[in-house]
Design a protein around this ligand. Structure first.
Ligand code: ADP
Ligand code: MG
Length: 647
């Protein structure tokens, strides 16, 4: 019959230090299933090294290890993890419980990696703790338990997956003698139930309770005594639990999220600081883009309201500085008629204007009186609210009629009475109000466009303005795409008519284009600032994860000892980084939207769109993945024996 464990010429040499340490020199050893073996020896004799090799936590430097007939000496890390999970249960001198997990959760850990469903896991962990007299301590954290109780939790954990072979390294070393006896009695009982028990101790009196005592000195076996015969029934021991259940990926991730939430809660202050980096990054992306988009759209819509297919011809002010009292005489109404003759011109609307006092009854107001033509509403995209606009007949007959803006209507006729049909006095000349313009609002420059009175250009020219000065000619083109050509033609025409260049033309389409380009550059700039803060946040995540891995090296070792594969550890730490950044992302989005909302309350134009929100959250998530990967990989590459030995 093949022994359960068979070591042949096992050597283990540590070469990490300056001089190689030969911890095990040519150890050969057979252990039968169902035996109770004590390995004794002085401190430093190689006992723990032997245990890490027996327990598949480390590989021998040379020699052969047959476990249940299989040569595991050159197994891959994952294959070794599978053997640990299925066959071994570890009990350590320092208990090695995960400090942030309750007694029950600690006992459950091996079954997580064996893929046992959560319900079955909890039930079995509870039952094991109950059996070991800890039924009323399930929710206690390790630091709320006595040493003896912690050691019993770790025995329960060793039994969780079946624990065919229980490896106990100085299990009573840190306990008082009574608790030590309790633990030993528990191990004896496990042996009676068919578990193979191997305990390591430096105390000879403890070894007396074993069936077989192996003494090791300087890495070599020096004595091997049998005190009691091997139990005759020699059962194979309990079945492995859950080993066949393929662990579902979803359950893994769910479990990893749960574990990471716990780890993050355990270090709440640090977690909050880490979150802060991500939150600031994400909220600034969301808020900056919302405000940037809002500003752009608001300006674009004002430009659109003015009409983007317009050319506005004005006298070139620079030519008249210090001229005849600042009066502008370069543009005349007939210029508009000449422009209208050009091929691509839909209409050309001249405006003359003057600031005058307008009176109605006993009220008066200072306002801009504009002389213009019937095409004015079309050229300005500005509708008449009530009544009608000036028509061609008004022009030719020099009619004393006026269309007034909302502000003027409100000022002169405040009592809700309609202005239509009433007379207003401009320069003591009565004009009849035939229309009221719809509300237009302020210009981008904050000027109230509704504070105006519109009269026929001909009437204004003759009776109000005196000088024949035209303030501007608004030209609408037929074909937008040829607007630049038309602009050049108008400039050439006017230069020819005036025999000098004394006008300038504003091209609304060009302004709109320039503005859009400028604001896009600005948005990219804002976006990059936000992206930089996200990267800074990501570095924060990486920093914290690296600290976390270093701090929790032993926990990683415990998880590996209970059967976690490298990729389980990788998943756990990546998920932890992702949980932080996703949480930070969500809080950041909420904060960014609130900042936008508050800005809106204060009158800042804000435009919320799903794009930036998705972009910011996606970047946060990606940041977590990228910056969490390196620490997670470091964690997963730890050697189980090394990780367990860390303090
Ligand atoms: P014991 O458990 O019997 O006290 P160990 O097996 O822990 O002894 O150690 C045996 C020898 O191997 C000691 O000299 C120890 O210093 C050395 N040793 C153990 N682990 C390592 C390691 N990871 N690197 C270098 N030397 C080690
Ligand atoms: Mg030791």
């Amino acid at each position: 019959m093949t022994p359960l464990i068979s070591l042949k010429s096992i050597r283990k040499t540590f070469t990490s230090g300056e001089v190689p340490v030969h911890a095990l020199k040519d150890v050969s050893l057979d252990i039968e299933a169902g035996d109770f073996v004590a390995i004794i020896g002085q401190s430093g004799s190689g006992k723990s090294t032997l245990m890490t090799i027996l327990g598949c936590l480390d590989r021998p430097t040379s020699g052969q290890y047959l476990l249940d007939g299989e040569d595991v000496s050159d197994f891959s890390p994952d294959e070794l993890a599978e053997r640990r999970r299925r066959m071994f249960g570890f009990v350590f001198q320092s208990y090695n419980l995960v400090p942030t997990a309750s007694a029950e959760e600690n006992v459950e850990i091996p079954a997580i990696y064996a893929g046992l469903p959560a319900e079955a896991r909890r039930e079995r962990a509870g039952a094991l703790l109950e059996r070991l007299g800890l039924g009323d301590r399930l929710d206690h954290l390790p630091n709320q338990l006595s040493g003896g109780q912690q050691q019993r939790v770790s025995i329960a954990r060793a039994l969780m997956n079946g624990g065919q072979i229980i490896l106990a390294d100085e299990p009573t070393g840190a306990l008082d003698s009574r608790s030590g006896r309790d633990v030993l009695a528990t191990l004896r009982q496990m042996h009676a139930e068919g578990h193979t028990v191997i305990i390591i101790t430096h105390a000879p009196e403890l070894a007396e309770s074993a069936d077989r005592v192996i003494e090791i000195r300087d890495g070599q076996i020096v004595a091997d005594r049998r005190l009691r015969p091997l139990p005759r029934a020699n059962p194979k021991g309990p079945e492995a639990i859950g080993a066949e259940a393929a662990s579902a990926v979803v359950a893994d991730v769910f479990e990893a999220v749960r574990m990471s939430m716990r780890a993050l809660r355990a270090n709440l202050f640090r977690t909050v600081l880490t979150l802060l980096g991500i939150v600031i990054g994400v909220s600034s992306v969301v808020a900056m883009l919302a405000i940037g988009n809002g500003a752009q759209q608001s300006v674009l819509s004002r430009i659109a309201a003015m009409g983007s297919d317009l050319l506005i011809v004005r006298p070139n002010m620079a030519n008249f500085r210090g001229g005849d009292g600042g009066s502008i005489v370069s543009l005349v109404p007939s210029d508009a008629d000449a422009i209208l003759e050009l091929p691509n011109v839909a209409f050309a609307v001249p405006e003359m204007s003057s600031t005058l006092t307008v009176r109605a009854g006993n009220r008066d107001t200072q306002t801009t009186v504009n002389g213009t033509v019937p095409q004015f509403p079309a050229a300005k995209s500005w509708e008449v609210g009530a009544g009608s606009f000036l028509n061609t007949e008004d022009m030719t007959s020099y009619a004393p009629v006026a269309v007034i803006g909302q502000t003027v209507a409100d000022t002169l006729f405040p009592d809700g009475g309609t202005a239509l049909g009433q007379y207003i006095l401009i320069k003591n000349i009565p004009f009849q109000v035939i229309g009221v313009m719809a509300k237009k609002g302020a210009t981008a420059g904050g000027q109230d466009q509704d504070d105006t009175v519109l009269v026929p250009l001909s009437t204004g020219n003759l009776r109000l303005f005196g000088a024949r000065n035209v303030r501007s000619i608004t030209v609408q083109v037929k074909d937008d795409s040829a607007i630049n050509v038309t602009q050049d033609q108008i400039q050439a025409l006017l230069d020819d008519r005036h025999k000098r260049q004394d006008t300038q033309i504003t091209n609304m389409a060009a302004i709109r284009e320039t503005f859009t380009e400028t604001s896009n550059v600005l948005k990219i700039f804002l976006g990059s600032i936000a992206a930089i803060s996200l990267v800074v946040g990501g570095i924060g995540v990486m920093n914290i994860m690296l600290v976390s891995v270093t701090e929790r090296t032993r926990e990683i070792g415990i998880r590996m000892a209970t059967g976690a594969r490298a990729r389980d550890i990788l998943t756990q730490f990546i998920v932890e980084a992702l949980v932080v950044s996703a949480l930070g992302g969500l809080i950041g989005i909420a904060l960014g939207l609130s900042i936008g909302g508050v800005a809106q309350l204060f009158g800042v134009p804000v435009s919320f769109a799903p794009g930036p929100v998705i972009l910011a959250f996606g970047s946060a998530f990606l940041t977590g993945l990228v910056f969490g990967y390196l620490p997670a990989r470091n964690a997963s590459r730890l050697q189980p024996a090394v990780a367990l030995a860390s303090v």
